[in-house]
Design a protein around this ligand. Structure first.
Ligand code: IMP
Ligand code: MG
Length: 177
């Protein structure tokens, strides 16, 4: 298995991530308590790192690990329910929360996380997603901030993996046959 073609270059990612951060700086300009950024591990780690470098609003960084896909031969197939592998550390009650997600495919994962966070008495829950696949979303989840639309293919790089491989590529590429 190898990488087929680059879909989003390093330069495109850098430019778009900066734009998204500037949008957040405007939209959250009046917040009183720091914004709680919750990155969904492992896929969001690069996006989170680059995004928060451009934030000028008060914010704290937190992470949560979830799993909804298997490994090896099953790596591109959903394996049922979403599981929280590791929860956040920050308190979210009465706080503005921004969920930082790498990719939206069926929407299953993000749908679960949004519902879960609303049950934590947050002040607000919004979502920022780096890439969204062009599919009919099975779950109608709302994406407040979106980086890129991509075709419905398996992609790797910039945090995204195939069975833990290719995660640290500095660009997003389509996986080969
Ligand atoms: P969803 O629940 O179907 O929306 O899938 C979301 C999760 O599946 C993401 O958080 C990723 O971890 C993983 N995923 C979905 N599509 C891809 C892909 O093309 N490459 C790598 N991971 C993916
Ligand atoms: Mg993910």
């Amino acid at each position: 298995m190898r990488v087929k073609q680059t879909l989003v270059t390093t330069e495109q990612i850098e430019k778009r991530v900066k734009e998204l951060a500037e949008q957040l700086n405007r939209d959250y300009a009046d917040i009183t308590e720091p914004l709680v950024l919750v990155g969904i591990l492992k896929g969001s780690f690069m996006f989170m790192a680059d995004l928060c470098k451009h934030l000028t609003i008060p914010h704290v960084v937190d992470f949560m690990a979830v799993s909804s896909y298997g490994h090896s031969s099953n790596a591109t197939k959903a394996s049922g329910n979403v599981r929280i592998i590791m929860d956040c550390r920050e308190n979210q009650q009465d706080r503005d929360v921004l969920i930082v997600e790498d990719i939206l495919d069926s929407g299953h994962t993000l749908d679960y996380i949004i519902k879960n966070f609303k049950a934590r008495y947050t002040k607000s829950v919004k979502t920022i997603v780096l890439v969204r696949k062009k599919t009919e979303l099975t779950y109608p989840v709302s994406v407040d901030y979106l980086g890129f639309e991509i075709p419905n293919v398996w992609v790797v790089g910039y945090g995204l993996d195939y069975a833990e491989k290719y995660r640290t590529l500095p660009y997003i590429a389509e996986l080969g046959e």
